[in-house]
Design a protein around this ligand. Structure first.
Ligand SMILES: Cc1cc2nc3c(=O)[nH]c(=O)nc-3n(C[C@H](O)[C@H](O)[C@H](O)COP(=O)(O)O)c2cc1C
Length: 145
């Protein structure tokens, strides 16, 4: 299917509110996947000891609407945008929302090597750390994930 353009990526970090526990998280992810699939949004959510790191990619107006809702979501706070800008291609093409519970150190490492938006004409590949997470996710991808 041709891409709806302009295609953008959004990367942010946030702190989970106290109330977030596994059941809440699984229900959040299930709903987010349904919505993202319909909206042609793809990405990954990492969760580590109370911190979220999320990368989303999709058509620009859709992404900014979604980010406004995410920002208002009481299940997290201190939402900090790390990057927002145009990309040429998706890095998370097959995944409406890949998910991994990781160590905080992984969140830090991934933060330093994210597929940041680039000038049009240059498409950076996601770094090894992100690729490895995606491979793990793809291998363990079951109804649960
Ligand atoms: C860390 C985090 C990540 C989220 N990611 C998504 C997402 O990728 N897609 C999505 O539709 N909702 C996501 N949500 C949920 C939205 O914040 C919001 O609840 C949802 O879009 C429904 O919005 P509404 O209640 O205004 O309809 C996320 C929430 C949190 C706390």
């Amino acid at each position: 299917m041709p891409e709806l353009t302009p295609l953008y990526t959004l990367i942010y970090r946030s702190q989970a509110s106290r109330a977030v526990h596994e059941v809440t998280l699984h229900s959040l992810i299930r709903k987010a996947r349904l919505h993202n699939q319909q909206a042609r949004v793809t990405g990954i959510l990492l969760f580590a000891k109370g911190q979220f790191l999320q990368v989303l990619e999709g058509p620009e107006p859709v992404l900014s609407d979604l980010y406004a809702r995410i920002n208002d979501d009481p299940r997290h706070y201190d939402v900090r945008t790390l990057a927002y800008g145009p990309i040429e291609l998706r890095s998370f093409g097959p995944w409406p929302l890949a998910y991994a519970a990781v160590d905080a150190a992984v969140v830090d490492r991934v933060t330093h090597c994210l597929p940041l938006p680039a000038d049009v004409g240059h498409t950076p590949a996601p770094c090894q750390e992100v690729n490895q997470l995606l491979r793990n996710f793809a291998q363990s991808s079951t109804a649960e994930n």
